[in-house]
Design a protein around this ligand. Structure first.
Ligand SMILES: NC(=O)C1=CN([C@@H]2O[C@H](COP(=O)(O)OP(=O)(O)OC[C@H]3O[C@@H](n4cnc5c(N)ncnc54)[C@H](O)[C@@H]3O)[C@@H](O)[C@H]2O)C=CC1
Ligand SMILES: O=C(O)C(=O)Cc1ccc(O)cc1
Length: 292
């Protein structure tokens, strides 16, 4: 049966971009949008990206697909709430949260009711927030992680068709593998970027020139430190174990390079930068997504 009605809860950067892409798809669905933010909601309706503003509680039963796109802590709450709401028998519930173990656990109540759930996470975004910042090309060519739940193959295919205009690279893995991987490539880098800003700001607090003299390197290394603290606090709390383990490895590695610099160990210092340069150059040939 064709899926025609998608409810998106959370119309911020990611939820609004999903709406934009779905509206470009061949089977453009009717989109019901739920978000407590009046400005974002009105903007989405005015732009005809959302057909009707609703609340999740009232409208969940009308949807063929429900995409949860609020902060991870809200997604977890809403999965529990959905398990007690009247829903269509063949609805697919999915999410876009940056962590998956806690989300998959919270979805167990839906499994008990035979309501399909599939975890999801687009690996593209920005430090900006809100529906006005969303873009139709935000995800172009990016990786989109899927964590298989108890959805049917037809439901997965329907979700992929709705997002087809973004030409995504779909990658399926377990929640544990996902959380360990994104901790390494997203969550720990975020902590390091924020720490660079905080440390530099503190050490330069009495310097009249200080941070304002920073060149492009400092700015590009720390761009993500300008992200929303609510979203990142929720991510840290829901992936605390993997992030803690990996931070220990980073602290050890920092101590190793600190010792090499302190002892003026030229070969080791050179090798440190040479290795990073080679890895970083290979990454440039794999660009996907429109992170800005
Ligand atoms: N920002 C990024 O680059 C990426 C974020 N994500 C994940 O996507 C999710 C959304 O992030 P963004 O769109 O960036 O955040 P955002 O801050 O732009 O949007 C979040 C939206 O959720 C709404 N919201 C808050 N409580 C709600 C509730 N009870 N019901 C419905 N909506 C509610 C807010 O009003 C806001 O409009 C998060 O789980 C995040 O971890 C995933 C990939 C990339
Ligand atoms: O802004 C950037 O470059 C990002 O890396 C955005 C981002 C933030 C959170 C995610 O879970 C995935 C991507």
């Amino acid at each position: 049966m064709a899926l025609t009605t998608v409810l998106i809860s959370g119309l911020g950067l990611i939820g609004s971009s999903i709406a934009r892409v779905m509206k470009q798809s061949d089977e453009a669905p009717t989109i019901l949008g739920a978000d407590p933010n009046d400005d974002t909601s009105q903007f989405m309706v005015d732009q005809h990206l959302v057909d009707e503003r609703v609340t999740l509680t009232e409208a969940a039963g009308r949807a063929d697909m429900i995409v949860l796109a609020g902060p991870v802590s809200i997604i977890v709450q809403q999965l529990k709430e959905l398990a007690n709401l009247p829903l269509k028998a063949d609805v697919l519930v999915t999410d876009v949260g940056s962590t998956k173990t806690q989300v998959m656990q919270a979805a167990e109540g839906l499994r008990a009711r035979h309501v399909a759930f599939m975890g999801g996470h687009p690996m593209a975004g920005s430090h900006q927030t809100g529906g006005r910042s969303g873009r139709v090309d935000l995800f172009d060519g990016a990786t989109y992680f899927l964590v298989t739940g108890w959805q049917t193959a037809a439901q997965t295919a329907a979700f992929k068709r709705f997002l087809a205009p973004a030409s995504l690279n779909w990658v399926t893995m377990s929640a544990t593998e996902h959380d360990a991987l994104v901790s390494e490539i997203s969550h720990v880098p975020h902590v390091l970027a924020a720490n660079l800003v905080n440390t530099a700001a503190q050490q330069l607090q009495h310097d009249p020139v200080g941070l304002n003299a920073a060149a492009g390197g400092f700015k590009s290394t720390t761009r993500i430190a300008g992200s929303d603290p609510t979203m990142w606090t929720a991510i840290m709390l829901s992936n605390s174990e993997a992030i803690t383990t990996q931070l220990t490895a980073y602290i050890d590695a920092l101590q190793t390079i600190q010792t090499a610099i302190q002892h003026r160990d030229e070969p080791q210092i050179y090798q440190f930068f040479e290795h990073a340069q080679a890895v970083r150059q290979r990454l440039d040939s794999h660009e996907g997504g429109n992170n800005k």
